[in-house]
Design a protein around this ligand. Structure first.
Ligand code: ATP
Ligand code: MG
Length: 295
């Protein structure tokens, strides 16, 4: 089994003919159980840690991971597991909720543009500017709160937002931000089971909000909106991954593999130390050995 397939199998770089229903939420490729995945994940996380170290030291590229999904698809736990092997200093995680008053007083890319990852860092967006074409599309009344001049709200607004997002991602890519976007593809039935366990297990109660049930009622509209998102914004430099999300262990494995494959493609290396610098370091070492305060 070639693990590279784990990443390529779910990747969309051209969304023209994309149909969400071609992707099964409970797919686990050739793997049968959590145990099959365990070793791969352990190995993968060790490699990830090494690559992140080089990314940080090289300080040129950065990686932006965008997570989008329906409630209870496992965004939080996937982020937690996949990043468990990384150095927190090199990671920047942002969760985007309902926009604040200040955020609504700016263009819709403002709040995310402010926090794109610095060079050498891995940035994680738990939800993102894509919400502007998802929740806002499913609930058009939200648009009315965005304080846009009315003549700018036309039937083309979603197409325009896709164009803006594509241009923004192109700009980031050209600046050295490598973008990978994940749609955690959970089924409606698995979401029902997870909601039930949030209600039945006291330790999970806090995760449930009644609003989640209202969004569930709009399931089909969300699926349509997600399909449109992928159709319009999947590109070579910012691909979408439609990650099966009915089995959490498999979701983690796919996401980890995509991150690994991406970092491996960047030829990351520690900055080279030139002759002059080597000489300087040797002198410092000597001074330290002799317990001298100065070189
Ligand atoms: P959890 O797993 O903890 O429920 P979550 O990401 O669902 O995590 P919540 O605080 O429950 O976090 O929800 C955030 C809410 O904010 C979502 O319903 C989302 O659709 C909404 N939201 C995010 N961005 C926007 C936006 N630009 N406009 C309107 N609503 C937004
Ligand atoms: Mg929620």
């Amino acid at each position: 089994m070639n693990r590279k397939h784990l990443a390529t199998r779910y990747r969309i770089t051209d969304g023209k003919d994309f149909r969400l229903k071609d992707y099964s939420p409970d797919d686990t490729w050739k793997l049968k159980s959590k145990e099959d995945a365990h070793k791969w994940l352990e190995e993968g996380l060790a490699r990830l840690s090494d690559l992140q170290d080089r990314l940080y030291a090289q300080n040129q590229w950065s990686l932006l991971l965008v997570f989008q999904a329906m409630d209870a698809a496992g965004k939080d736990s996937t982020i937690k597991h996949v990043m468990s092997g990384t150095n927190p200093q090199g990671c920047q995680v942002y969760s985007f909720k309902v926009p604040s008053e200040e955020e609504l007083n700016h263009n819709f890319l403002w709040r995310t543009a402010k926090v794109t990852p610095e060079r050498g860092r891995i940035g994680i967006f738990n939800r993102s500017y894509y919400e502007e074409t998802l929740v806002v599309r499913v609930h058009p009344e939200l648009l009315a709160h965005e304080k846009l001049p009315s003549r700018l709200i036309t039937k083309n607004i979603w197409e325009e937002r896709f164009e803006d997002i594509a241009a923004f991602e192109q700009h980031l890519a050209r600046s050295g931000v490598v973008i990978r976007k994940f749609y955690l593809n959970v089924s409606k039935e698995e979401q029902r089971r997870r909601f039930l366990s949030r209600l039945e297990e006291p330790a999970k109660n806090w995760k449930f909000s009644t609003g989640d049930l209202q969004e569930r009622a709009h399931w089909d509209e969300y699926m349509k909106a997600y399909q449109q998102v992928v159709r319009h914004t999947a590109t070579e430099h910012a691909p979408w991954y439609i990650v099966p999300a009915d089995h959490k262990w498999f979701t983690r494995l796919v996401v980890a593999e995509v991150i690994l494959e991406t970092l491996e493609s960047l030829d990351l290396h520690y900055p080279k130390v030139d002759k002059a610098k080597r000489k300087e370091l040797a002198a410092v070492r000597l001074a330290l050995l002799k317990k001298e305060a100065k070189v």
